[in-house]
Design a protein around this ligand. Structure first.
Ligand code: SF4
Length: 381
């Protein structure tokens, strides 16, 4: 191993383990390593930081995804989920169907319903988009008030605001009043407009995504955070993304808000994604080694600001997601019960995990497991 680089990496890891923020250049140095011994040192550093910050327990949540429609006005170049209205395979769940899914989830012990879907301009109640999204929530909440509703990305907030000519704060408050407890930090993809112009040109720009999440925090609405990695983005853009999340969280915490509850890395799955991006990326499934190194660097870069890190078993498969628990992650995610967005892109991780399977995966690491709620409070069994 080149001594100079090994020393530089060791210094960065020492500073991170000492609770200091590493710089963008230092983050880049970590991401650019290829020597297996140095990568192992980064893994160990991220694993020790995880242990220091949140201990050995691996958490999980019993939840169900409900993707209420796949009809979407946008055309993200990675998306195999969207359909035009009337196109074969398009769907729009009825209120009864949504309630049935929630009822089954509760019977299976779910504490959370995660709802996200396509951007469908015809989905309105009394001519209003916000009323439609509110009814998605109240349909479930009226029957199951204790369920946590984790729903609607910043992109959906922007869509509702545009459709109803409202500001973001009014939309977020309206969703909160209906019973939304937190927003998924999806649609972030990579927070760099050069990347967004290629992979999601119709989505909000990076600054608007940050603005909506910041406003949500200020209104007392926690969010998660994500990054879609492994397509056309550079290492610099990956670090730039992590830096924006860190700054956003520093700002929210300084104002006394809960802010971001977790970071989830979402490696790109191209198998059934539209051909242009799939061909440009040149592979169907994520490169696990790249995803693991980025997982470790995310733990180190986000440092004491975002303590919960979750791999995506949907994108990586359960084995690689379990391995990611040795690279800085402390949460294995949720049971999901059904998943459409990534499985339609050709992911091989499956669409559902039983609690037994999640606990079995965690047990292979000889680490304790613990059920949690959406906001990382422990749930006793
Ligand atoms: S990723 Fe979301 S916004 Fe983009 S096309 Fe697919 S469903 Fe629509």
């Amino acid at each position: 191993m080149p001594l100079q680089i090994a020393t530089a990496v060791a210094d960065i890891l020492d500073r991170a383990l000492d609770g200091q923020d590493i710089s963008q250049n230092e983050g880049l140095t970590l991401l650019q390593q290829t020597d297996p011994d140095i990568i192992e040192a980064i893994r160990v550093g991220a694993d020790r930081l995880r242990q220091q910050q949140v201990g050995d327990t691996v958490t999980y949540v019993i939840n169900r995804n409900i993707n209420y429609t796949n009809i979407c006005e946008q055309h993200c170049s990675f998306c195999a989920f969207r359909r035009d209205q009337g196109q074969p395979g398009s769907y729009w769940l009825s209120w009864e169907h949504i309630l049935d899914k929630a009822t089954l989830a509760v019977a299976d012990g779910a504490t959370e319903i995660c709802m996200q879907g396509g951007l469908n301009p015809t989905a309105k109640v009394d001519g209003r988009s916000l009323a439609y999204y509110q009814k998605l929530v109240t349909t479930i909440k009226d029957a199951f008030p204790a369920l946590h509703i984790h729903a609607f990305s910043p992109q959906e907030v922007q869509f509702i605001a545009r459709e109803d000519d409202l500001d973001f704060a009014t939309v977020i408050q309206g969703l909160a009043q209906a019973g939304v407890g937190s927003l998924p930090g999806t649609a972030a993809e990579v927070l760099d407009d050069r990347v967004r112009r290629v992979i999601c040109p119709e989505k909000t720009d990076a600054a608007t995504w940050v603005d909506i999440v910041t406003q949500a925090h200020q209104l007392g609405m926690p969010t998660t955070s994500t990054m879609m990695s492994g397509h056309i983005e550079t290492h610099e853009q990956q670090i730039g993304h992590l830096d924006q999340l860190r700054q956003l969280q520093q700002h929210s915490l300084a104002q006394g808000h809960r802010g971001i509850t977790e970071f989830i890395l979402l490696p790109f799955v191209g198998q059934d994604a539209p051909k242009p991006l799939r061909n440009r990326v040149g592979r169907d499934q994520p490169v696990i080694a790249d995803a693991l190194l980025l997982t470790a660097v995310a733990r180190i870069y986000l440092g004491r600001w975002i303590k919960n890190h979750q791999p995506s078993w949907v994108k990586l498969g359960l084995d690689a997601a379990t391995e990611a628990l040795r690279w800085g992650c402390n949460d294995i995610g949720g049971t999901l019960m059904e998943e459409h967005i990534t499985s339609m892109a050709g992911a091989q991780g499956g669409t559902c995990q039983s609690v037994k399977d999640l606990m079995g995966a965690i047990a292979t690491l000889n680490r304790p497991s613990q059920q949690r709620d959406t906001l990382y409070n422990s749930i006793s069994g």
